[in-house]
Each structure stands twice: as structure tokens, then as C-alpha cells.
Write a protein that binds this ligand. Sequence first.
Ligand SMILES: *Cc1c(COP(=O)(O)O)cnc(C)c1O
Length: 393
Amino acid sequence: MSFDNLQQILDQRKQRSLYRRREILQSPQSPKIIVAGKTLLNFSSNDYLGLANHPRVVESFKLAADEYGVGGGASHLVNGHSHHHHELELELAEFCNRSRALLFCSGYMANVGVINALLGKTDAVFQDKLNHASLLDGGLLSGAKFQRYLHNDVDSLEKKLVRSTANRKLVVTDAVFSMDGNIANLPALADKALQHNAWLMIDDAHGIGVLGETGAGCSELYKLSEQQVPVLMGTLGKAFGTSGAFVAGSDALIETLIQFSRTYIYTTSMPPAVAAASRTSLKLIQKESWRREHLQLLISRFKSGCEQLGLVLLPSDTAIQPIMIGAEHTAVAISEKLSSLGVQVKAIRTPTVPLNQARLRVTFSAAHSLDDLQQLLAALATVVKEIKFEYPY
Ligand SMILES: *Cc1c(COP(=O)(O)O)cnc(C)c1O
């Protein structure tokens, strides 16, 4: 086996409309972005609350950079654990109603690091079929027995839990599924996990900041305690509009991660200014509940607009609203057509989602106006007339 076939594999990917390309963003994230010189109405970012370019968040970042410089300079355990990192951890723990919280440089690293710190060869991990790649990778790397249950199916999970003879059992799920937008049945999952002496870990990348009365995410929405959800992971790159992630739970969990989580130990801390900016985002998340309310209004108006156009949406009430298309090439064609009309909605294709379930993943931000939404619906109406497709394909 050699590397001679790299180009051949790339060419095949192109033929199947699966080739991935990067476009150059020339503006901050906001409802209007400039991509490759062109202004587009943006329905593809995860900046759910419109904080990525918020003046107060930017200001906090600048002030902290003046005070602490740019680089973290060392890992947390050497001397890279700054004042802002520490305060943010305390504030996140309180926000999530947990004993403690620990920062990671990204959600991907948090997921890989947590599962590996908790599980080894004599253990088992139970994952929803639609879990995020970082959770799947974390489970595979841990060496624990790897089991996937049917999507959001508590009975399928229970069958596997009953048969398991593993030492530690960790049930892992996206709280909001990133490509479908639906929320996991967390109360039932928490019950099952407790019944079978397992721990439940939730990845609330798309819920934190957005769901729950104060924005504390899915565990607040369902009032789930630290005992019911022992491992709570959230990210800062989406609703917080900054970068990084955290894990919240008991003192014993956090100390275990500090001792054993390799993606925590063997990496430079995030820039202190990112932590400082995240502290300001957190204050805005808690204080400005209008952002969540406006987001819900956009979501419900969008859903009724799509119904009138005859478009098939997945059953989601979150800011992730996938329009189902089916064929990969059709999804790409529609996405390109929308772009020519000044609207950016990215096509999501296999292997991120199953083959022939390609979709346009529309995401909303509290920064969108109702007028932005009308423009999106008008562009979709134009496209539906021009490009015929049927779903299921
Ligand atoms: C975005 C995302 C991650 C990764 O978080 P990053 O901070 O971007 O690395 C993890 N899990 C889910 C469900 C996500 O959507």
C-alpha cells in the first residue's frame, strides 16, 4: 500500500459531490458576512446569541490582552492557569448549578479528554448513533467496549446496559443533536443510567446559553441535577461567541480530570483574554433573556414559513433547523443557488449525515432581524420553484 492513490480518492470525492472546500471569511461573524468578496446573509454560523462580535465581549478581550498578553504560555498545571481562567471556572460552575467546572481549549478536546480519563479496557461506553464525532472518537480512543444505541431510543440503550458486565458504564449523548436539532430524551436517559449504575454524560454544545430559563442549557430545561447528569460538557465557541469548552460536575470528577485527562494536561491553556471575553458573554447570557426569546420567535416563524413552501423540516424547536433535501448533488446545487441570491445556507452531506439524507442546515442567531428571516424565506421560495427535488429521495 502506498500514497499514490491520494489524488484518485480526492477525484472520486468530487464526482460524488462530497468534496469539501473552505471559503475565505472577510468579516466578523454576524447576520451579514463577507465571503470571498461577496456580502451574504448568514444562516450557517453557530453564533446563536450574536455574541461573537458583541462590543462588550470584544472590549473585555482587548482589556485582558493589555493586562495578560496574548498567549497562555504554559499548560494549566505548569503556570498557565490565569486569574481569568479561574474566575470563569467558578462562574460556569455556579451558572450550571454544579459543584465545579474545568476549562478545555475546545469541545473536541473536552470530549476526548473526559471519556479517556474516566474509562479504560474493563469499562463500557454507550453512545447514541447520532453523537458528535468528538464523542465517538473519545469513546474509541479510550479502549472501553464501544456500543452504539439507536437514536434517542431508551429501550435500545437499556437492552445494552442490561447485558453489560463492564466495571464502569458511561452513557454519552449530544443534548441537542448537532445536525438534526432535536433534543435528547434526557430525563429518561438519566433514569436509565441511574437504574443501571451507569453515569450519564451530556454534550450541550448547542444548548448552553440558548435553552433553559437562564440559558444554562438542557440540564436547566429538564431540571437535571449533578447526580442525574454527573458529566456536563458545554462549549464556548457557539452561543458564548468565544472559544473553548468546559466540563462541570462533582469535585471528584473535576479532580480526576485534572489528574488524568490528557487533553487537559498536555496542552497550553487557552489565551487568558478568551477566558475574560467568555466571562462577559456569560453575563450577557444571564442578563439578556431577550436574546433567547427573539431566537424562539425567529424559529417558530421560520417553521411556519417552510410549511407554506412545502419544505420538509426535521422535528426541531432549536436554532438548528435542517431542511431535508436527500441527494448530495441537489443539496449542493440549492446551497449554491441560495448563495447567488445572497443567502448563505450550507449543505451538510455524508459522512456527517447518512447517505441520501443531505440537508440544508439553517441556523438562527438572536442577531437576525425578522426582515433577515423574510429574505431567507423569499430566497427559498425562488429556489423551490427552480430546483425540483423530492424528499425522501
Ligand atoms: C461543535 C461541537 C463540538 C466541538 O466543540 P469545539 O469547541 O468546536 O471543538 C462538540 N460537540 C458538539 C455536539 C458540537 O456541536
